[in-house]
Design a protein around this ligand. Structure first.
Ligand code: GBH
Length: 523
């Protein structure tokens, strides 16, 4: 009977997990972003940025009316953060630079030395600790003076960003071998520039028809310019890599109808292809070009609402990434939702895309950030789609994480989520032969979660936002992740003391019932 029970236990617990070891060079880490953790919003000469402005002037837009004025206070407590990183055993720390801490007005004519020193201290300490930085230049916090000029819907931003990138490469490039220009333009070009009524996201524009595509075009040119500057002026002596962080939910067709298959392609092209295609293939995805041109014409525009790139621009943007930074959290079920009568009613990105999304009710839903569902196999499909569409790039998973309300230091769901998604990464590596080289979990610690304020927690370390000290306390998931990093495999017994077993309660109950039935039968 014992072998049978063991076999059953194996089936129930381990069958879904890939027990291969992570490749020798695979890098484990955690991720954060400047506005979400630093605080010190006006410390030592820092200028105002769009999130300072938005949270101060429109506090009602944030769930708990909070802001990032102090956040985790990492501006003062970065040494503690690095202690936590060392104890965790990570080899990479992904964080972002606050543009207005370095260039308070946004422009490069004046550099704030105190801001520069903050990042130099951080980078030197990471270096001494043997932790490699992956640095994002822009994680959503544009200097307010540049926002006032229209932000990313203003094509002149290309030059301001290029100047900022030049300053950053020059000052920090000796310490940084992995750069990302932008974090998720998919997110801020949509949430910030269209539909603010729903998204509550800085700068809070409602430019549904025009704004998001203008933003996307500007971002692509600004990214490309920064890449070329690195190539021409810094690569020889600094020898680093430059990329851009892109995100999309996996789009799973709701049914196997031809329409829903089409919805999948639309969702992935309008979500990911909009940035990845120009950078890895050349020009916007043809599907987007045709669709927006057609709809624009029917809506009475003289030309497409999607800005056209010149041949020269297409060449300039193509090939400007040395590795693929992929953020991925969750999966949507997608259906084709295009009706002829949509034409002429409204011009918008959303209608151009023409799909609706839903969830499978069996997918576990995160607390507070209820957009986040636990669908580990979606990551494997996502990685494969990126691999196949963009020429087998080296892929780094720069964000992946799970939200809860932070009420307990015991966070079995976060462990279950991370274990499942890491297993999916191993499937992609070993079953599908995709080159995934690293993973930085979102996030090191609880932080300012944009429009959710401090109500939604993604951290492996809890932060007491009520204490002046912003006391940090590791959660169960932190100890679990530490063990996995050490073991470099999911097969090891990294279970933490408590009910956190990495599998669901239902599975456990099922296993116990079956065991009891079998025991009775054999007795
Ligand atoms: C990441 O984006 C961000 O890079 C990071 O800063 C953030 O803390 C982390 O997610 C966790 O949220 O509110 O229903 O409109 C992930 C992609 C895109 C997911 C926007 C949430 C809004 C869903 N995000 N999306 S909803």
């Amino acid at each position: 009977m014992l072998p049978l029970l063991l076999f059953l236990n194996f089936l129930l617990s381990a069958s879904a997990l890939n027990d291969n070891a992570f490749p020798e060079n695979f890098k484990f880490g955690v991720a954060t972003a400047a506005y979400q953790i630093e605080g010190g919003w006006d410390a030592d000469g820092k200028g105002e940025n769009t999130w300072d402005h938005y949270t101060h002037y429109f506090p009602d837009s944030i769930a708990d009316k909070s802001n990032g004025d102090v956040a985790c206070d990492s501006y003062h407590k970065y040494k503690e953060d690095i202690e936590l990183l060392k104890e965790l055993g990570v080899s990479v720390y992904r964080f972002s630079l606050s543009w207005s801490r370095i260039l308070p007005q946004g422009t490069a004519n004046y550099v704030n030395q105190a801001g520069v020193d903050y990042y130099l201290n951080l980078l030197k300490l990471l270096n001494e600790s043997g932790i490699e930085p992956l640095v994002t230049l822009y994680h959503w916090d544009i200097p307010q003076p540049l926002q006032d000029l229209g932000g990313w819907s203003n094509p002149l931003m290309v030059n301001y960003f290029a100047d900022y990138a030049t300053v950053a490469f020059e000052l920090f490039g000796d310490y940084v071998k992995m750069w990302a220009t932008f974090n998720e333009p998919q997110s801020f070009c949509l949430m910030g520039y269209i539909n603010n009524e729903y998204s509550h996201f800085a700068p809070g524009y409602d430019l549904e028809a025009e704004g998001s595509y203008l933003c996307s075009a500007t971002i692509l040119k600004a990214h490309a310019k920064a890449y070329h500057i690195y190539d021409e002026q810094f690569r020889d002596k600094q020898n680093g890599k430059v990329s851009i962080v892109l995100v999309v939910n996996w789009n799973e067709p709701a049914t196997d109808s031809a329409d829903d298959m089409k919805a999948q392609e639309l969702g992935l092209q309008f979500g990911m292809g909009i940035y990845a295609n120009p950078i890895y293939v050349g020009n916007w995805p043809q599907l987007m070009i045709d669709r927006v041109a057609n709809r624009s014409k029917l809506e009475g525009y003289s030309k497409s609402r999607l800005p056209e790139f010149t041949e020269e621009e297409i060449k300039y943007i193509k090939g400007t990434s040395d590795f693929f930074c992929l953020n991925h959290y969750t999966t949507d079920l997608v259906s084709y939702a295009y009706e002829d009568d949509m034409i002429g009613v409204n011009s918008s990105y959303t209608l151009d895309k023409g799909i609706t999304t839903s969830y499978n009710s069996s997918w576990k839903e995160a607390q507070v950030s209820t957009w986040n569902h636990m669908v580990p196999w979606g990551l494997r499909k996502m990685i494969n789609w990126v691999d196949q569409n963009y020429g087998h790039p080296e892929i780094f998973i720069t964000e992946n994480g799970w939200a809860d309300d932070g009420s307990s230091l015991d966070d079995p769901d976060r462990i279950e989520y991370t274990e499942g998604y890491l297993s999916s990464v191993l499937d992609a590596i070993y079953e599908d032969n995709v080159n995934v080289v690293g993973y930085t979990h979102w996030s090191l610690m609880d932080n300012f979660e944009w429009s959710f304020g401090y109500t939604s927690k993604f951290g492996m370390v809890s932060v007491d936002f009520k204490s002046e000290n912003r006391t940090r306390t590791p959660k169960s998931s932190y100890y679990w992740y530490k063990c996995i990093i050490e073991a470099r495999s999911l097969a090891d017994d990294c279970a933490v003391p408590s009910e956190s077993s990495g599998r669901s309660l239902a599975t456990n109950v099922f296993a116990v019932i079956i065991s009891v039935i079998l025991a009775i039968y054999y007795l």
